[in-house]
Design a protein around this ligand. Structure first.
Ligand code: H79
Length: 498
């Protein structure tokens, strides 16, 4: 079986390696020495990780006593890792030598690739560099508290050992392993919550699934003929049931694109989730009421949301599934801003990586996430379990002049600082500090009993003046972190009085 390693061809001639290693002290040359050009994903010398022995998984969690109890871990976690991994990482954005525009995991639809051709891909799917332990360790290093992986995306291919359909990585690929089982085990070990993306409505591999009009005709016909319900009842529903039975505690199921879902069809999934794991959360895209709402992909609300729990699913470049041409990575600074912004508005940030067909998470994603993790090690108390901003003007405002193409006023965001809270504490994360080091903070009636930079072991006091309906914090421009740092204001009373 010929393996498809999109970037192996770029690996330097092995005979050059010892020579180049002489210069290994220079980091750039060090990268070249092991064949890692900026595009290369794994080093020729990287050992193949061992296949982990399977151990017992913990049992599912008991039924929560209330909605608040059910949501408690989610409200604490704030930051999760989304993983889009499936057959689409093999073509990685190219088909028959042509670049197929769009998000990588949509290649079958966008090229389009007939199902008879796409279903040949598993034969060359052998991601031997996959290392569940390393992936989960990366999430932990990044300060992420939960992982959500594509158990089956719209292409219909199950990334686990399904007994419902042989179109899965264990049965149809030479890999002959269950990566999701291995991840469940590593997550249990690292105390990271584990959940599944499952495309319930779209399934481009099945005649009755939604979305593949190219091979199987219009969706309306599948609906009226009963083929769609047959697909739901013989594949989607039993697969969701096996995910809930065979992989230990499932923190959430992330349904998506509820095409042709109605109340009754949605309820069947709700019933399955409740039957096997009543503690499992349902996202906002099932097509029936979930436990929280999902914003649009990569969409962060302009303002604070207090009515419900919510989550922004987001890409770290511009695709979900791996594409070799998408190297426009969000920087650690951008990720930190988005995380603090989201938490200050009451939400969670589910940030995606797209591993390659070798089983490697692109190095740039890993590096940037680890930088975020180092920031969180210091400033995490302003994030995990933190409350929303009691203010709101800091988010920006609608323009009174400029309108978008729909004639609606555009939102002019401000990003100088964001505020998160704990009882008796206000955390201001500062993204822009004026030249004179005086940061204008909003008015409130509570007395400030102490103010300091988070992570300062001495809690050296920060001067905060209060005059003319403003607080003025006197801080240093070159603070302890080049990206942003957080100051804590301890106040009298549990919450802000304005
Ligand atoms: O899993 C990720 C996406 O694949 C999935 N949601 C996230 C989390 C998703 N499914 N559908 N969409 C997102 C909307 C897709 C829109 C588009 Fe297209 C796909 C735009 C271009 C390709 C469909 C095909 C609409 C135009 C062409």
């Amino acid at each position: 079986m010929k393996l498809q390693h999109p970037y192996r061809s770029e690996v330097q001639d092995a005979r050059l390696i010892p020579l180049l290693k002489i210069f290994a002290g220079l980091s750039l040359v060090g990268l070249l020495a092991c064949g890692c050009t900026t595009k290369t994903i794994s080093c020729a010398e990287d050992p193949v990780p061992p296949v982990p022995a399977l151990t017992q998984l913990p049992p599912p969690l008991p039924a929560p006593a209330s909605h608040d109890e059910k949501m408690a871990w989610f409200r604490e976690a704030k930051f999760g890792l989304f993983i889009h991994w499936g057959l689409y990482c093999i073509p990685a954005g190219d088909w028959n030598g042509k670049r197929v525009p769009g998000i990588g995991e949509w290649i079958m639809h966008n090229a389009p690739i007939p199902v008879t051709q796409y279903e040949q891909l598993p034969k060359q799917f052998n991601p031997i560099m996959f290392d569940a332990e390393a992936w989960v360790q990366m999430a932990e290093d990044a300060g992420m508290k939960y992982i959500v992986i594509t158990s089956k995306h719209h292409d219909g291919f199950a990334m686990y050992h399904s007994h419902v359909s042989p179109y899965n990585i264990y049965d149809a690929a030479p890999f002959h392993r269950d990566p999701i089982r291995e991840l469940a085990q590593a997550c249990a070990k690292h105390n990271i919550k584990f959940g599944f993306y499952y495309s319930q409505a779209q399934d481009w591999h099945e005649p009755g699934g939604a979305g593949n009009t190219n091979d199987f005709g219009p969706d309306e016909l599948k609906d009226s003929s009963g083929a769609y319900d047959k697909y739901l009842q013989t594949k989607a529903e039993p697969q969701v049931a096996e995910l809930l039975q065979n992989y230990g505690p499932v923190c959430l199921i992330w349904f998506d694109t509820p095409r042709m879902m109605n109340k009754e069809r949605g309820q069947r999934f709700v019933d399955i989730v409740h039957k096997y794991q009543p503690a499992t959360l349902i996202d906002g895209r099932l097509g029936a009421a979930g436990d929280y709402t999902s914003t649009g992909d990569n969409s962060i609300p302009n303002e604070s949301v207090s009515t419900n729990d919510w989550e922004t699913p987001a890409t770290i470049n511009h695709t979900w599934g791996y594409r070799q041409d998408d190297t426009d990575w969000k920087s650690p600074g951008e990720i930190i801003f988005k995380l603090v912004d989201i938490v200050s508005k009451g939400g969670n940030y589910l940030l995606n990586v797209g591993p390659t067909s070798e089983g490697i998470i692109p190095k740039e994603s890993q590096d940037n996430l680890r930088t975020v993790g180092r920031w969180l090690k210091v400033y995490g108390e302003a994030i995990y379990g933190a409350g929303r901003s009691p203010f709101g003007d800091e988010f920006g405002e609608f323009s009174t002049k400029t309108k978008d193409h729909n004639g609606k006023p555009v939102f002019l965001p401000r990003n100088d600082w964001r505020c998160t809270t704990r009882s008796g504490k206000l955390y201001f994360t500062l993204f822009t500090i004026p030249r004179d080091g005086v940061v204008e903070l909003p008015d409130f009636k509570n007395e400030i009993t102490r103010a300091y930079i988070v992570g300062d072991p001495d809690k050296t006091p920060i001067t905060i003046d209060h005059a003319d309906g403003k607080h003025l914090a006197h801080v240093t421009r070159n603070g302890p972190n080049a990206i942003a740092y957080t100051i804590c204001l301890e106040i009298t009373g549990a919450s802000v009085q304005r």
